[in-house]
Design a protein around this ligand. Structure first.
Ligand SMILES: Cc1cc2nc3c(=O)[nH]c(=O)nc-3n(C[C@H](O)[C@H](O)[C@H](O)COP(=O)(O)O)c2cc1C
Ligand code: SF4
Length: 423
């Protein structure tokens, strides 16, 4: 059977979650190759050369991040971010549940590259079954001599542990995650210093998303040059797009970075149910600036460079499709209510701003907002941008600002109704 998937390999290879099956298909040979034939710096260099960028949202170059690890401060740690809390994102879960060893091999190679002897997988609290499943897979690796001391007859040792959060969206932010992993309340840290110089327990730490790490065995096994043949020049490799909302076939789709929204939504997702028109797209879950579904947007390649050019971000590529029946003001109200609830409260613009945006959106939806209220709402959102300790503050403003700017009619409807009755 031709190889259709590189990350969601379970769709082509039955039972790849079994260690025996995974190894039969070359599993753990990349880890062996790294540990026995490559220096840690060579591994980092290969990942750098591949152009792999973080799949957790920011698209930061992975090899570059590894190369920032402070080599004067030990021990080093690797932390896999399995918090997966962005509304509309459900790719990491499928990888961990169905192709767990490729992910765990990626964790192991990353750990070797930065010479960490301990790696942690931080999972959102709701993923307790996934954590138990991974614990079993880790135990199988230990029994097979793929984790533990003196791996492959070398002096390199590694142990991997899972850790469950308690269901807070902010714990997906890497420094809040580290605080939570240390047993503290999950609140972002002031940066700099960044985790590669001051991370877990104050030690140099690499934090990478589950999908990012799942790419790593492929790069080591087949080489950076091969990897670069997939995707675009600056956004290399395959990507799992989580498609949801008003589409006939929602689900995870593994496609090269640079695939257009149109291909994802209409070819793979089967188009919009009931023959309705597509109205808007949220390319990065609830954190997205909402895009009107124009031809220009639909023909935009989904990569880290192209989506910003049409006014949004790719983020973790959780593409939510919105049809013509949806009032965008209603959608904005949903997102702002979510962010108000999830704001950790550490910094004032986000804590107070999300509260006020929520209050004002409540008025809009109740048909009680005045034109001044809309102006204040827009102004509050603009005032938050760039003034918060972590990106959640900015995320909270994306739907508000883009909604008012690009779908004004949906906001004005409520205000107009008020004016018409003479208020
Ligand atoms: C509010 C907030 C929530 C986040 N949630 C997640 C998450 O659930 N999973 C994730 O991998 N990254 C999340 N991130 C991004 C992480 O901070 C970090 O950039 C990422 O784990 C780095 O891994 P990568 O370079 O492999 O993408 C979030 C960031 C912010 C600001
Ligand atoms: S921006 Fe929001 S979530 Fe982030 S630190 Fe400030 S209050 Fe907390």
């Amino acid at each position: 059977m031709p190889e259709k998937h590189l990350l969601l390999r379970h769709r082509d290879i039955p039972d790849i979650h079994e260690l025996e099956v995974y190894r039969k298909h070359g599993g753990f040979e990349a880890f062996r190759k790294a540990v026995t034939q490559m220096t840690p710096d060579e591994v980092t260099e290969e990942v750098k050369k591949s152009g792999l960028r973080g799949r957790g949202g920011a698209g930061f170059p992975t090899g570059l991040k590894w190369s920032f690890m402070d080599k004067k401060n030990w021990p080093h740690y690797v932390v896999a971010n399995a918090d997966e809390s962005e509304p509309g994102t459900f790719k990491d879960r499928e990888i961990m549940e169905r192709n767990p060893f490729q992910f765990l091999e990626g964790v192991a190679i990353a750990a070797y590259a930065v010479q960490a002897n301990r790696a942690y997988i931080y999972l959102r609290g709701e993923f307790w079954q996934v954590a138990a499943w991974l614990d079993r897979k880790i135990a199988e690796m230990e029994a097979a001599g793929l984790l533990g001391d003196n791996l492959f007859g070398t002096d390199y040792s590694l142990r991997i542990y899972t850790h469950l959060g308690a269901g807070a969206y902010i714990c997906g932010e890497e420094t809040a995650l580290l605080e939570s992993l240390e047993g503290k309340r999950g609140m972002p840290r002031l940066r700099p210093p960044f985790p590669p110089s001051y991370g877990l327990y104050g030690k140099p730490t690499v934090v990478n998303n589950v999908e990012t790490l799942t790419n790593v065995p492929l790069i080591i096994e087949r080489g950076a040059d091969w990897y670069r043949t997939i995707g675009t020049e600056k956004s290399t490799g395959p990507k799992v797009f989580s498609l949801s909302g008003h589409v006939n076939r929602p689900g995870n789709y593994e496609l090269p970075l640079g695939t257009t929204f149109r291909e994802l939504i209409f070819e793979h997702g089967g188009g919009i149910p009931g023959g309705k028109a597509i109205k808007a797209i949220l390319p990065a879950g609830a954190s997205s600036a909402i895009l009107p579904a124009t031809d220009e947007v639909l023909d935009t390649p989904m990569d880290y460079e192209s989506v910003p050019k049409v006014g949004s971000f790719l983020g973790s590529a959780s593409v939510i499709v919105v049809d013509e029946s949806v009032d965008i003001a209603w959608l904005v109200r949903k997102t702002i209510h979510f962010f108000k609830h999830e704001s950790c409260g550490k910094c004032t613009p986000c804590r107070e701003g999300t509260y006020w945006m929520d209050k004002l959106m409540e008025k809009v939806m109740a048909g009680q907002a005045t034109p001044e209220d809309l102006e204040i709402l827009y102004d509050v959102a603009k005032q938050i941008q760039g003034k918060t300790l972590c990106a959640l503050g900015d995320f909270a403003t994306m739907a508000v600002v883009s909604g008012i700017e690009r779908f004004k009619q949906d906001f004005e409807r409520a205000v107009k109704a008020l004016v018409e009755v003479g208020v």
